[in-house]
Design a protein around this ligand. Structure first.
Ligand SMILES: Nc1ncnc2c1ncn2[C@@H]1O[C@H](COP(=O)(O)OP(=O)(O)OP(=O)(O)O)[C@@H](O)[C@H]1O
Ligand SMILES: [Mg+2]
Length: 398
């Protein structure tokens, strides 16, 4: 690992230190040898060794110092006594050695710099590949999401067309059944049977109308509402089911809560969905709590709220539905809001409850989030735009 330069600081790795130590030792040995063989220029070529070792440090300052020391040491050989008339030849010989040393230093530095550039390019390529892989994963996820949405739209269209096609002949059957009841020769026994047919037909017609209205989702039309007017009816509707399963359902509403920006019917449906999930996940003796609190809106919440709520105030109301149920594994909490994600048995759940609830809350300019811990329970938190008024609402238990 070559040394790194941070400003004027030089960080040396253990390998650099070893190379520097060996280079220093070589330098000293050659200097001593030169003392014992005066005017023998062959020893001075040995300075190539410390220069080559120092190139591996990839540090220009260290290289400059080394080359200067080696050049000075080479010329210092001239201080040794020479044979008469040989001084000029000694100067030329030592200058040739210095030339070789400078050439080696130049070639060494260029070689190492090229290697460093190649390593940097390889690292940049690896980083680029990693970010490309990440982008690819995101793309695959987005495609999955698109496929699911397309599936959802296709299912919706299918349901709507089947409901429409089946609805027309059903209306005509219902009309004929009613006409049959008014026929003069109808016996009381036949009347009873006709009434049963009529009743069951009405049920089928109602189911079809429900299906048609659910596939043609209407957009919420929110108003500023009292929180309790939204939470109360949902809790009252679900309470008997909680009671029957031996689970306590508590509503905690502090005083002086702000009004919320909500479509009463739509938010009622959202709460019923969330309470139904909590009911299914919580065992006998468990508890489910609905609590509300107001806080300042974050910048992001204000921006989101301003797109739908008139006069978006800087407040939000959080409604938390907390259960002491089975909780969810981390992987499921990520997928819980995806359409058709369900862990329930076939026929027990469609996997659309949380998906549709989130769509509804988002259409209110709010948000829906979920935290869960296996074995400890789940909290579903609804955030809605809120506005402060002087109307107070007492703490209430269902
Ligand atoms: N309170 C909760 N505790 C534990 N798991 C939950 C809770 N709420 C949701 N889940 C998990 O998230 C899944 C998706 O919930 P979602 O409401 O979207 O669909 P569902 O309840 O399975 O079906 P549907 O609501 O259509 O009847 C559930 O199947 C369940 O595994
Ligand atoms: Mg559900």
């Amino acid at each position: 690992m070559p040394s790194e330069r941070r400003g004027s600081m030089i960080t040396l790795t253990p390998r650099d230190r070893l190379a520097l130590g060996v280079a220093g030792a070589c330098f000293l040995i050659i200097l001593v040898i030169e003392q014992f063989s005066p005017a023998n220029v062959v020893g001075a070529y040995g300075y190539v060794l410390p220069i080559l070792l120092v190139t591996t440090l990839r540090n220009r300052t260290v290289m400059l110092v080394t080359v200067l020391a080696c050049v000075a040491a080479t010329y210092s050989g001239l201080l040794q006594p020479t044979k008469p008339g040989r001084f000029q030849a000694a100067v030329i010989n030592r200058s040739v050695v210095v030339g070789v040393l400078l050439l080696v230093a130049y070639l060494g530095v260029s070689w190492e710099e090229r290697k460093a550039r190649e390593e940097a390019a390889r690292a940049a390529l690896a980083q680029e590949t990693e970010s490309l892989l990440k982008a690819n994963t995101q793309l695959v996820q987005a495609k999955d999401q698109l496929n699911r949405s397309e599936r959802l739209a296709a299912v919706g269209q299918l349901v709507a067309s089947v409901a429409h096609e089946v609805g027309t002949p059903l209306h005509s059957i219902a009309w004929h059944v009613q006409a049959l009841e008014e026929e003069p020769g109808v016996t009381p026994d036949m009347k009873k049977r006709i009434a049963i047919i009529d009743e069951q037909l009405t049920r089928v017609v109602n189911i079809i109308q429900d299906l048609l209205s659910s596939t043609r989702q209407r957009q919420p039309t929110p108003h500023w509402l009292v929180v309790q007017d939204v939470v109360g009816p949902a809790a009252t509707l679900m309470e008997p089911a909680f009671h029957a399963k031996g689970i306590s359902l508590t509503v905690q509403m502090p005083l002086g809560l702000p009004l919320i920006w909500a479509d009463q019917e739509k938010m009622h449906q959202v709460l019923v969905n969330i309470l139904a999930n909590a009911l299914a996940a919580t065992p006998l003796g468990g508890s489910v709590t609905i609590s509300a609190a107001a806080r300042d809106a974050t910048v992001e919440e204000q921006e989101r709220g301003a797109t739908v709520a008139d006069r978006m105030p800087p407040l939000v109301l959080t409604l938390a539905v907390q259960d002491t149920g089975c909780g969810m594994p981390e992987a499921d909490t990520q997928k819980a809001f995806e359409p058709f994600f369900t862990t329930k048995a076939i026929g027990k759940g469609t996997g659309l409850g949380l998906f549709l609830s989130r769509e509804t809350v988002l259409a209110h300019g709010g948000s829906l989030a979920l935290t869960s811990e296996i074995g400890r329970g789940t909290s579903v938190i609804i955030t809605l735009p809120a506005i402060q008024t002087d109307r107070a609402h007492p703490m209430e238990d269902v």
